[in-house]
Design a protein around this ligand. Structure first.
Ligand code: PMT
Length: 691
């Protein structure tokens, strides 16, 4: 996919330099030509020989080749590369890049680079969060560089926190994304409001709010990086905007912001209204400082214009309008009301009750709501939130452009590998097997199974392995199907098992048949079975994404199981006792197993996803979820799903508790596991006997 792309990879002196070896390998594997440039300090961490061997090119470290005396031209490198990646980028190199301190070949190459630059910082958490590092990052971002934020996790210092260089696979994905999708807003004109407004009371006092402008400025930065011409109408804030494509207009009051925004909007394709605008202003402004009288005083207020609603009224069909909703209670309802009332295309809800979200902080947790539905995002840095908003916007603008074209814009939810094993029936028609495998892969991967917007990184990986037990030339198949899936643990490169099951399926398939699925008319056992597992897997994942998220998908799976009784295959209700397909979902949806549904959410979303940022806190949540497992087991001891859960999570449980956690934690967990699934005692013993 990166075939023919020329990439300059800058490596600096960090313990994470070992990861850049893998990065070179992955880039080369994708077909890229990689030229490695190392700082002198980087050579202390990884040898140029390793990097030269992997990239197939001599590594450049010095201004001159000490043997031949040849000059290594950073200018030529700057013209040669289609992209430059600096990974890992230390605090020292970030500082040099931000301030033009050109004392090594890597920095001179950076300063000469004509192509886009991607920077993946790596350092200890305190260094990363230090204001000087953050300022340098802001400056570099402002120059239009693409930051690849470090992940959270255990660092070389054994401390836990943000600073770990992003995994090479994810860096390659970002690069591919860049080359593949191009810039999302090229040629677009975007109006952005940001920051607070100040409403004067007298020459020294005002009514204001806590907005720092960080969210709106991050959006302006992202839009500019994605190729837009930005007009940023900024309330009184102290943030710089060095990006050349951002035209900044400073205002103070809501009325000034209104005047500027309404004048600019007709020339724009889109407006994103992130400012915290005062709804009221003092009816009159005292000319002189109001003196203290010792008595109480009343300030009469009058309504300010609503900028969003006014732009909503003059919005043309070819324009898009995005608003924010800052709520303290009943967020979704209030946001939906504002969406409709202000004629917005979508609204970004953030709540002051979410820790780390809203005013002044560097992070935010948002839900994007439009007429179609809503997408919840986890807590992220404001620049990452800005990326999500811009991605959402770009889809709308694209839909606007190609309104009649059937473009599928969201990532499909499932990322499935289909395996077809025919070793049991050698010597028969191979064409039909090839055709079946392709049809299955297309059926599972190219279908949008939900109305939710999945990001690429949220895709659920799964394996559908079909072992063909019997096949007749009439196209009758009898297969053993093994379904296995994992969900990504956010902020880590780890995947957590969601579901594993073995099944027997009978169906008919002829070469070149396309696989079609109609929920109301199940006449194909194969597609019904696949759809059943797809909804089951995604339902479990959506439960992991939000407390109510997956219920509707699990209901779909349950409906398929209910309606599929007349299909040729009897596996829907057959099988030993509780282990047929019908029972799996029935158990899960049954009220008695409601604790399992809650468990899936708490275990994954609150437990595992936290664990990779803060191991002890995450493990504590996970330990608490075992009470829910126990409750489900007590309600219905024979339920197959409970047992299945302990089976497919056994390795993960061992990983979580082996040599970690307190002995009380281990004992409480093992007591429950041993009762539910005594046959796995070897694993449970491992948890206990680890010291
Ligand atoms: O600046 P930060 O410190 O980074 O904080 C970011 C933020 C919390 C300010 C931002 O994320 C945010 O939520 N901005 C909107 C705050 C707000 O005023 O929300 P609201 O629900 O009151 O307003 C709804 C929408 O109408 C907003 O798009 C607002 O810009 C717009 N509005 C409101 C009143 C008004 N008179 N004119 C408007 O255009």
């Amino acid at each position: 996919m990166l075939k023919g792309k020329k990439i300059v990879l800058g490596v600096t002196g960090s313990i994470a330099a070992y990861k850049s070896a893998l990065l070179v390998r992955l880039l080369v594997k994708e077909g890229a030509e990689v030229q490695v440039v190392m700082t002198p300090a980087a050579k202390e961490f990884i040898t140029p020989l390793t990097m030269a061997t992997l990239s197939g090119r001599p590594v450049l470290c010095d201004f001159f080749d000490t043997n031949s005396g040849n000059w290594h031209s950073h200018v030529e490198l700057g013209l040669w590369g289609d992209a430059m990646i600096i990974a890992p980028a230390t605090a020292a190199t970030l500082g040099k890049m931000a301030n033009g301190v050109a004392d090594n070949l890597l920095v001179t190459t950076y300063l000469s680079m004509k192509a886009p630059v991607f920077i993946a910082p790596a350092m200890d958490l305190d260094m990363y969060s230090h204001p000087s590092t953050q300022r340098n990052i802001d400056i570099l971002r402002g120059y239009g560089n693409n930051m690849i934020e470090p992940a959270s996790g255990e660092l070389a210092s054994h401390l836990c926190g943000k600073g770990r260089m992003e995994e090479p696979e994810n860096i390659v994905a970002r690069i591919k994304d860049f080359f593949f999708s191009g810039r999302l807003l090229t040629g677009k004109k975007v109006l952005i409001t940001a920051g607070p407004t100040y409403e004067k009371i007298d020459p020294v006092r005002f009514i204001g709010n806590y907005s720092s402008g960080k969210m709106g400025f991050a959006i302006a930065q992202e839009c500019a990086s994605q190729g837009a011409d930005v007009t940023l109408v900024a309330g009184p804030v102290s943030i710089a905007t060095p990006h050349p494509s951002i035209k900044r207009i400073n205002v103070e009051s809501a009325q000034q912001m209104y005047n500027t925004a309404t004048e600019a909007f007709p020339q724009c394709d889109t407006a994103i209204l992130c400012a915290a605008v005062a709804d009221y202003r003092p009816s009159s402004v005292a000319e002189k400082k109001i003196k203290r009288t010792g008595e109480g005083m009343t300030i009469e207020l009058e309504a300010n214009p609503d900028i969003a609603a006014s732009l909503g009224k003059i919005k043309r069909d070819d324009q898009r309008l995005v608003g924010f909703a800052l709520e303290t209670n009943d967020g979704e309802n209030n946001a939906r009301e504002k969406l409709a009332k202000k004629n917005l295309d979508f609204i970004v809800l953030n709540s002051l009750t979410d820790k780390g979200a809203g005013f002044a902080v560097d992070t935010n947790k948002v839900t994007i709501i439009d007429k179609e539905g809503e997408t919840r995002y986890p807590l992220k840095s404001k620049s990452e939130v800005a990326r999500d908003i811009v991605k959402h916007l770009s889809k709308l603008l694209l839909v606007l452009l190609f309104i009649l074209l059937p473009v599928s814009l969201d990532a499909q939810e499932l990322n499935a590998v289909v395996n077809l094993n025919t070793s049991k029936i050698q010597g028969t028609n191979t064409e039909v097997f090839e055709s079946l495998k392709d049809a299955l892969s297309e059926f599972i991967n190219n279908r949008k199974w939900t109305t939710y917007n999945y990001e690429d990184y949220e895709r659920v990986s799964c394996n559908f392995t079909f072992i063909v037990d019997e096949y007749s030339d009439a196209g009758e198949f009898s297969v053993t199907l093994m379904v296995q899936s994992t969900r990504p643990v956010y902020g880590s490169s780890y995947n957590s098992p969601l579901f594993m099951y073995e099944d027997k399926v009978r169906f008919n398939y002829q070469s070149h048949d396309r696989l079609e699925f109609n929920e109301d008319n199940l006449d194909n056992n194969l597609t019904a079975v696949i759809a059943f597992y797809a909804y089951l897997i995604l339902g479990l994942d959506m439960d992991a994404m939000g407390e109510m998220g997956g219920s509707d998908l699990l209901t779909k799976a349950q409906n398929i199981a209910n309606n599929a009784q007349n299909l040729s295959d009897t596996g829907w209700r057959a099988g030993s006792g509780n282990s047929n397909r019908f029972s799996i979902i029935d158990d899960y949806m049954n009220g008695a197993l409601e604790p399992i549904r809650q468990l899936m959410y708490r275990y994954h979303r609150l437990g595992l996803d936290t664990m990779y940022k803060n191991a002890d806190a995450g493990r504590k949540v996970i330990t608490e979820t075992f009470a829910l497992l126990n409750e489900a087991y007590a309600n219905r001891p024979l339920a197959y799903f409970t047992k299945l859960f302990t089976e497919y999570k056994q390795d993960e449980f061992v990983n979580i508790y082996f040599k970690k956690g307190t002995s009380e934690e281990k004992q409480s967990v093992v007591k429950i596991l041993s009762e539910i699934n005594p046959s796995l005692s070897t694993s449970w013993d491992k948890i206990l006997k680890d010291r």
